[in-house]
Design a protein around this ligand. Structure first.
Ligand code: NAP
Length: 276
């Protein structure tokens, strides 16, 4: 059963392109209209049959019943006031930004029928070339409705993500940002700082463990500077927690306390094992 007639997607990259491919695979809408910055992306999206029509002009979005904003956070914030003047009344608007408090607060005040989401899927890759129809299968999608969100809109967006294979978790935007600062933004901050701690001259001897722990430094710097800056308060707090942990490890080494050291390592190992 089709959930929507015309879906507009702004930003046909890794996440926007994957949503388009997944909507097509599950036959959840009639038509997909893609808007992106470059012609090259639009041509690739068409060639992959992710979108039916594409344009660099947001005016094409005026026919959409559902609009999905899948651009970097600063672009989403900048384009939203312009897009709000174009879309038809009743169009459901949603976004996939990785941080929610700032985005939800602004978009909730701009659009009449809006709900924020954050699909916990994707990777350090960027662009339509890496998009896939199955990336949301067995993933989690966080929904961040506010007091203004229409219950029918919550139900329809829940239905959409369930049909794409995701489990739904509903959280207030501020709680989302506190939790994701620890689960995702801190690990990225650590990986970037870890690489910057190592002199280039040593890197030719780098073992696989360094490559494992720093894979995510390949992430797009535009996307990630937006994430860091839009959640800086929570990320700074998380860096503080991490600094205390490192300090604890440093002191344990200074004391040469093997028993405590083993306890610290075992505790981390058990937590990591529980993740699967
Ligand atoms: P991406 O692959 O770089 O895609 C971003 C898309 O936005 C690109 O197609 C780009 O177009 C388009 N874009 C940039 N500026 C634009 C503009 N001014 N007008 C129209 N389109 C513009 O990035 P992504 O990983 O999909 O991330 C998109 C959003 O999803 C971000 O807000 C991110 O926080 C969120 N997110 C990412 C992940 C992840 O794992 N990557 C997971 C969950 C949520 P061109 O290709 O034409 O330049």
């Amino acid at each position: 059963m089709k959930l929507f007639n015309k879906v507009g997607i702004v930003g046909v990259g890794l996440i926007g392109g994957s949503i388009a491919l997944a909507l097509k695979k599950h036959k959840l809408c009639q038509t997909i209209i893609g808007v992106s910055r470059s012609r090259k992306t639009l041509l690739s999206a068409k060639a992959r049959k992710a979108i039916d029509r594409g344009s660099q002009d947001i005016k094409l979005l005026r026919e959409a019943d559902l609009l999905i904003l899948a651009t970097p956070i600063t672009v989403t914030l900048k384009l939203s006031p312009l897009i709000s003047k174009i879309i038809k009344k009743g169009c459901i608007v949603t976004d996939v930004a990785s941080t929610k408090e700032q985005v939800v607060s602004k978009l909730d005040s701009i659009f009449g029928n809006y709900i924020g989401t954050h699909p916990l899927a994707g990777s350090e890759k960027r662009g339509i070339a890496f998009a896939g129809a199955d990336i949301f299968e067995n993933s989690i999608c966080i929904l961040t409705p506010t007091g203004n969100t229409n219950p029918q809109t919550i139900a329809r967006i829940k239905q959409l993500w369930l049909r794409l294979g995701a489990e739904i978790v509903v959280l207030p935007a501020d709680m989302h940002d506190r939790i994701l600062a620890l689960l995702s933004h801190l690990p990225h901050a650590v990986a970037f700082s870890l690489m910057n701690s190592i002199p280039r001259s040593c890197l030719k001897l780098a073992p696989p463990s360094l490559k494992d722990t720093t894979r995510i430094t390949a992430s797009d710097s535009r996307i990630w500077s937006d994430i860091f800056l839009s959640n800086k308060r929570n990320i700074i707090r998380s860096i503080g927690i991490y600094q205390s942990e490192l300090q604890h490890l440093k002191k344990t080494l200074q004391k040469g306390d093997r028993r405590l050291l083993i306890r610290l390592l075992e505790e981390a190992k058990k937590k990591r094992e529980a993740l699967g």
